[in-house]
Design a protein around this ligand. Structure first.
Ligand SMILES: O=P(O)(O)OC[C@H]1O[C@H](OP(=O)(O)OP(=O)(O)O)[C@H](O)[C@@H]1O
Ligand code: HPA
Ligand SMILES: [Mg+2]
Length: 165
């Protein structure tokens, strides 16, 4: 697969605002989450923001890899699982955080370990929406989300010249 045509670039500032908006939504649920399970690596950044906003200090990771060459998703590899004290009750008071859901494969895999956890992410594409309980912004399936930690400053052609050979 090649990169989708549409681009949704996200700055650090926008990501911080959107992650805070997610924290507001989660706070509105009036749930007493005892721990955050963050899906590495993308979930690390929103988990830091949400743990601060919701005052959740018990943070666990589940380490999975599936996008082996940036855009192409392959087999899901579980590099590190979740502590047994959080999986014992199927994660009933656990909040799972990721940066985005795309096909929903990552969230579905983690849900097999924590079937009763609350799944939250900042951005969602339509195919992944059914796998997530709370998210902030939906973008179309043919959009690629560019996160600030993957980006650097580069020269941009003026709009009048862009696309001309
Ligand atoms: O809904 P899906 O199609 O499964 O895609 C969503 C996942 O893809 C990205 O992670 P990635 O596997 O690229 O790893 P990373 O977080 O380490 O960058 C993103 O952070 C989500 O975890
Ligand atoms: O749109 C995306 N952006 C960044 N990483 C991703 N991993 C799956 N989909 C995406
Ligand atoms: Mg990820």
């Amino acid at each position: 697969m090649s990169l989708p045509d549409k681009a949704f670039p996200v700055s650090w500032d926008q990501f911080h605002r959107d992650a805070r908006a997610l924290a507001w939504r989660l706070a509105g649920l009036k749930r007493d989450f005892k721990a955050i399970v963050c899906i590495t690596r993308g979930g690390l950044v929103p988990a830091a923001i949400i743990s601060r906003e919701l005052n959740i200090r018990l943070i666990e990771t589940v380490c999975v890899a599936s996008y082996h060459d940036y855009v192409n998703q392959g087999e899901m590899v579980l590099l590190k699982g979740i502590a047994p004290e959080l999986t014992a009750d199927e994660g009933v008071s656990v909040l799972v955080i990721d940066d985005l859901t795309d096909t929903g494969k990552t969230a579905s895999e983690v849900r097999t370990i924590l079937p009763k956890a609350h799944f939250a992410c900042v951005y969602a594409k339509p195919q992944g929406v059914p796998t997530i309980d709370t998210f902030v912004t939906e973008v179309s399936q043919d959009t690629w989300i560019y996160f600030p930690w993957d980006m650097g400053f580069t020269y941009q052609e003026p709009i009048s010249k862009a696309g001309r050979g």
